[in-house]
Design a protein around this ligand. Structure first.
Ligand SMILES: [Zn+2]
Length: 157
């Protein structure tokens, strides 16, 4: 399985927060339960207000500390803001470099969501590239009428 972890890089004030908020909104519209994770409460509040100005009612972002205390089982995805600061917060030793794996083929990367055909109940994983919309016809019955299942709750496979 390809691990779908999208890497968004840009300079400070370069629109990363806007992209995260947009991604959270799209994923939520497709049945995911998404939390943005920020370094501090102050950052969390900043992201929340940023979403408000975009007209989006975002779930209150959580912090790096909240990750350590554990999350509810209903949470399906996390979007980590400022990963460099998160990694550095794990140790007092200066971290000089990290590596990241970017998806080789975004079309193959799974979103972690499953869709079910409303015609024949065929089920398949939703590629990350098709979270927002798909034009794919069901391989079982040929129609194009999908519903998104939340894998954790409705699809125990
Ligand atoms: Zn079908």
């Amino acid at each position: 399985m390809v691990v779908a972890m999208k890497v968004i890089t840009s300079p400070r004030q370069g629109g990363k927060t806007t992209k995260l908020i947009e991604m959270a909104t799209e994923m939520e519209a497709n049945g995911a339960v998404v939390y943005i994770v920020t370094p501090t409460r102050k950052d969390a509040s900043h992201v929340y207000k940023h979403a408000e100005r975009m007209g989006i009612n975002l779930r209150q972002p959580i912090t790096f500390d909240d990750l350590r205390t554990g999350l509810g089982k209903w949470v399906t995805h996390l979007l980590i803001d400022d990963l460099d600061r998160y990694i550095q917060s794990l140790t007092s030793v200066r971290i000089a470099a990290v590596t990241l794996n970017e998806d080789e083929d975004p079309a193959l990367a799974t979103s972690g969501l499953t869709r079910a055909c409303n015609g024949c109940d065929h089920r398949e994983p939703v590629p990350l590239s098709e979270v927002h919309s798909t034009t794919k016809h069901c391989p079982g019955c040929g129609i194009m009428d999908w519903r998104i299942l939340r894998q954790a709750q409705e699809d125990p496979r």
